[in-house]
Structure formats: structure tokens, C-alpha cells
Design a protein around this ligand. Structure first.
Ligand SMILES: N[C@@H](CCC(=O)N[C@@H](CS)C(=O)NCC(=O)O)C(=O)O
Length: 201
């Protein structure tokens, strides 16, 4: 039995791993579709990851790996992809953490709208989640564009996946407004074959 990636293409965290695998030429790990939900995911997922979250990477004769950052770091080391270069490691990790934080807040917003009955949705809390996203986007625009325009690493892959999710689920918030440089960077990045192949439908 080989490794399997448990997840759904609609998840930005799963997409991050799939883009990373495509960019690294990793073709021998299938994406096995499982449903996750904060209200309780599939038994198969919960058995693989006690937190019930995707992505999770099953391994023969070894514990399942979970949390997208653990999975990408493991795949990078195992396949020698070079997406965590030692020379700029702390920058890469910070950019990836910023993108993951955008995804966390954006997924929270999606869940609030999807799972909480409309009459008890908490608008102030949702605005707070969007404020985190907006601040993180501003920091990407102000501080990290030269990094994003440099050689491919996990920082860019994570940011591309996060921005793709904002378009997919929160297009109405207009993340591009006032962030021309980040929007231009994303227009190029979104045209990469790995991004096109993993676009959520
Ligand atoms: N920190 C985790 C976050 C993963 C995550 O939140 N995944 C969502 C789907 S996009 C999920 O599985 N949610 C189910 C839940 O919250 O129980 C990672 O990087 O893998």
C-alpha cells in the first residue's frame, strides 16, 4: 500500500498540498476524497486524524501525518522538492503561516455561514475574521512581494492557495481592492498548470 492524501479539492489546505505535489512532480500519491466538517467528519477521516481535519497523509506502517504544514514539509524532505530552502527558511515559514492564517479565518467565515442558523450568525465575529484576512493581505502586499516574485517555494504555493480560496468562497469581499501588486502577482501565479489542475469547482 502506498501513501494516500485524504481530503477534498474544495479545501484550501488540501489544495496547498496538491499544488505542492504537482509543482514537485509527485504523482504517486492519490487524493482520496473524504468529507470533513466541524460538526463531525467521516469515520475514515476521524480514524486517520483524531482532529477530523483535512488534509491527512496516510503512510504504510507509520502513523498518519496531519496538518498541511507537516504534510508539505514531510513531502518536501522525502521527495527533495526544495520548497523549504535553508537560506530563506524563516521567511518561507512566515509567509506560509500568513497564508494558512488567511485560510483559517476564511474557512471560519464559510463555516459560520454554512453551519450556524442565520438568526444566530455573529456578524461582529465574522467582521473580525475578515479584518484578520485584510491585515494579512496588506502585509503580503507591503512586505512580501519581492519574496513572492522570487524562486518558487512553499510560501508562494500557500499564498496562491489562500487567494484562490478567497475567490472561490468570499469573492464578494473584493480582496483585490487596494492591493494591485498582490492581485497582479496572483494573476500570474493562478495561470500555473499546478493551479489550474487543482482549481476547486
Ligand atoms: N491547520 C490545519 C487546518 C485544516 C482545516 O481546517 N481543514 C478544514 C477543511 S478546509 C477541516 O478539515 N475542517 C473540519 C473541522 O474543522 O473539523 C491544516 O493546515 O491542515
Amino acid at each position: 500500500m502506498t501513501m494516500e492524501l485524504l481530503g477534498s479539492p474544495a479545501s484550501p489546505f488540501v489544495r496547498k498540498v496538491c499544488v505542492m505535489m504537482a509543482e514537485a512532480g509527485i504523482k504517486d500519491i492519490p487524493l482520496v476524497q473524504v468529507a470533513s466538517s466541524p460538526l463531525g467528519g467521516e469515520d475514515r477521516l476521524n480514524a486517520a486524524n483524531p482532529l477530523g481535519k483535512i488534509p491527512a497523509l496516510t503512510r504504510p506502517d507509520a502513523p498518519t501525518l496531519y496538518d498541511s504544514r507537516v504534510v508539505t514539509r514531510y513531502l518536501d524532505a522525502t521527495y527533495g522538492a526544495g520548497f523549504y530552502p535553508e537560506a530563506r527558511l524563516w521567511d518561507v515559514l512566515t509567509v506560509e503561516a500568513t497564508a494558512d492564517g488567511i485560510m483559517d479565518a476564511a474557512v471560519n467565515l464559510t463555516y459560520e455561514k454554512r453551519f450556524r442558523p442565520a438568526e444566530i450568525q455573529f456578524a461582529t465575529w465574522m467582521d473580525g475574521q475578515w479584518t484578520k484576512i485584510a491585515r494579512a493581505l496588506d502585509v503580503l502586499e507591503a512586505l512580501w512581494l519581492s519574496h513572492l516574485n522570487g524562486p518558487l517555494d512553499m510560501g508562494q504555493i500557500a499564498v496562491g492557495s489562500a487567494l484562490g480560496y478567497l475567490d472561490f468562497r468570499h469573492d464578494d469581499r473584493g480582496w483585490r481592492i487596494g492591493r494591485d501588486a498582490l492581485a497582479a502577482w496572483y494573476a500570474d501565479f493562478a495561470a500555473r498548470p499546478a493551479m489550474i489542475a487543482t482549481a476547486p469547482a
